[in-house]
Design a binder for this molecule. Structure first.
Ligand SMILES: Cc1cc2nc3c(=O)[nH]c(=O)nc-3n(C[C@H](O)[C@H](O)[C@H](O)COP(=O)(O)OP(=O)(O)OC[C@H]3O[C@@H](n4cnc5c(N)ncnc54)[C@H](O)[C@@H]3O)c2cc1C
Length: 208
């Protein structure tokens, strides 16, 4: 799994402060560092639409189609995903859950099944079957890549839902990587999110 920040609002927290201060006509109070406490107050008041003035775009690769299917349920974001119609999957890679990796009985069976699927896919796509039809035999575990752009309010929402212990481990791992990047870029916007560990599992806790 690889998570890369492609771009984000330059001066992202200042953008938010500017937006927020327009409502009280107090932009004259903007000075170096004044955004820090201002943004925390906005979040505590629940004045969250102001956070929408800044955004971040991530490029996520080496994740399963299980994960991307869950991710695209978040509607207040924009996505572009690798196409299984235009891109041949002859050499597809895939996710192996730890429970299977650590299971002597099923690990080899899992690998073997993936090889069988790959061979059959290759056979079909090297002959007369187009990618768009051969892909019907690909498993949920098949790796994909996706670009996601969202404003920081939506990123807070995604981190809260998918960083929780209730979320699937794969998407939780991905949003923890995203959280670390966002928290370092926009510390005030994510001041109330913290990384925790319980029973050896990392998760994100929101305190407000
Ligand atoms: C642990 C977990 C288990 C899940 N299990 C299932 C499952 O079994 N089956 C399943 O189908 N899904 C499941 N989901 C997906 C879940 O139902 C949501 O589709 C997904 O989490 C997106 O959340 P959202 O709608 O809040 O967020 P987003 O789409 O990101 O929207 C953000 C917020 O915008 C507002 N919003 C967006 N669209 C609308 C709208 N049309 N009307 C009103 N308000 C809107 C809401 O306040 C929403 O919270 C699961 C999610 C989690 C985290």
């Amino acid at each position: 799994m690889k998570v890369e920040l492609i771009s984000c609002s330059p001066k992202g927290e200042k953008n938010i402060e500017f937006g927020g201060r327009i409502s009280h006509k107090s932009t004259d109070k903007m000075k170096k560092g004044s955004e820090k406490e201002f943004i925390k107050k906005l979040i505590k008041w629940g004045h969250l639409s102001v956070i929408e003035h800044s955004y971040a775009t991530f490029y996520i690769s080496g994740v399963s189609r299980v994960l991307t299917h869950q991710l695209v349920r978040h509607r207040i974001a924009s996505y572009t995903q690798k196409s299984q119609r235009y891109v041949n999957e002859n050499n597809f890679s895939y996710t192996i859950p730890d429970s299977i990796k650590q299971n002597d009985k099923y690990y080899n069976k899992y690998l073997k099944l993936m090889d069988t699927i790959r061979d059959f896919y290759k056979e079909m796509s090297n002959n007369e079957i187009p990618n768009e039809d051969a892909r019907f035999i690909l498993p949920n575990a098949t790796h994909s890549e996706i670009v996601m752009t969202a404003n920081l309010r939506e990123w807070r929402h995604v981190l809260e839902l998918r960083g929780s212990l209730k979320a699937l481990w794969e998407i939780r791992k991905m949003v923890i990587d995203i959280y670390c990047i966002l928290k370092s870029r926009f510390p005030s916007v994510f001041f109330d999110f913290n990384l925790k560990t319980k029973n050896g599992k990392q998760y994100i806790e929101k305190t407000t």
